[in-house]
Write a protein that binds this ligand. Structure first.
Ligand code: ZN
Length: 317
């Protein structure tokens, strides 16, 4: 595995022309990449998924990952690990997050079994009107072991050592700990991300053939949600999404084929997300009406108190 140091191999998420696969030789080998912000990490994942026609979902994450305000006092000072070779700069890992390939292990298997047992229990009891839904075997899970790993790191370049020796590591670590206890060393936040190789995927199709099983892109889901207010026709929504994909998302790069369901979702998918958006908005309007009534009631109950509510869609002027 090609390891990285803190000082080079930084890939900017803003560079839209960058091909991760070509630049980083990710076809055959996984790679650790360094980024300065969590936004850059998210952009890297989006680019990586698009280029490799893959989709990853969060398996585990430390609390507030991406914005951890950790007290470094309790973390081990490191000089190297599986993501970074020794380069003289000490660091601490404050958090980590792991994503599974969407065709990875079925993490909800015990929940699904429990659900099945509950259904069976209800079926055998008399006079049960409980409607059971047959749970078919999950067609997405193929035990693929491909994972994206991210580490949130604080590095201390001011305490860099030029020559590596046990004694130098120990003395420099002590200096950092002293500085930390006096609040004199805060560290510089960076993120390290491991992008797996294409060959790490097992048990399922990869490349263009995988496009058919891709879930809808988050940006398109968002677009359906906002446009559902004025577009209700599925055909029209599909045309709008196609325009966004071809003219905005892939304005400066090669657009995936129409068989890629992430960017060209089926009518069925568009319809179900449109209905969900309408339903969500209706509920939020009902909530608002309830709140307006509640405020009226509070005004009557507490005449000496002042209440001010500005309902959604009504400007202050
Ligand atoms: Zn996979």
């Amino acid at each position: 595995m090609d390891n990285i140091s803190f000082s080079y191999d930084k890939i900017s998420g803003d560079d839209k022309s960058l091909s991760l696969l070509q630049e980083s030789n990710l076809i055959n080998e996984g790679k650790w990449i360094c980024a300065e912000s969590y936004e850059e990490i998210l952009a890297l994942i989006q680019n990586y998924e698009t280029e490799t026609v893959s989709k990853f979902s969060c398996y585990s994450a430390d609390k507030n990952f991406g914005n951890i305000e950790a007290s470094v006092k309790h973390h081990k000072i490191r000089w190297e690990d599986d993501s970074v070779p020794f380069n003289g700069v000490p660091f601490v890992i404050v958090g980590s997050k792991v994503f599974d390939c969407m065709h990875g292990r079925d993490r909800k298997v015990s929940f699904k079994e429990e659900y099945k047992m509950r259904c069976n229990d209800r079926k055998v009891s008399d006079h049960s009107y409980f409607k059971s839904y047959e749970m078919i075997q999950d067609a997405k899970k193929f035990n693929c072991s491909s994972q994206i790993k991210i580490k949130e790191v604080l590095k201390f370049p001011d305490f860099k050592i030029i020559e590596d020796s046990k004694w130098k590591r120990v003395t420099s670590s002590k200096k950092i700990q002293e500085a930390i206890s006096k609040n004199e060393a805060v560290g510089q936040k960076i993120f390290l991300i491991f992008l797996p190789s294409m060959s790490s995927h097992t048990g399922h199709f990869t490349g263009n053939a995988a496009g058919i099983s891709q879930p809808i892109d988050a940006r398109l889901k968002e677009e359906i949600f906002t446009s559902s207010e004025f577009i209700t026709s599925v055909d029209e929504m599909r045309r709008r999404l196609e325009i966004i994909v071809t003219r905005e998302i892939f304005k400066n790069s090669i657009c995936p084929s129409k068989s890629n369901k992430r960017f060209f979702p089926s009518k069925k998918t568009i319809r179900s997300y449109t209905l969900e958006a309408i339903r969500k908005k209706r509920y939020s309007n009902i909530d608002q009406e309830c709140l307006i009534k509640k405020v009226e009631q509070w005004k009557v109950e507490n005449p000496h108190r002042r209440f001010y509510l500005r309902p959604k869609g009504i400007s202050e002027n």
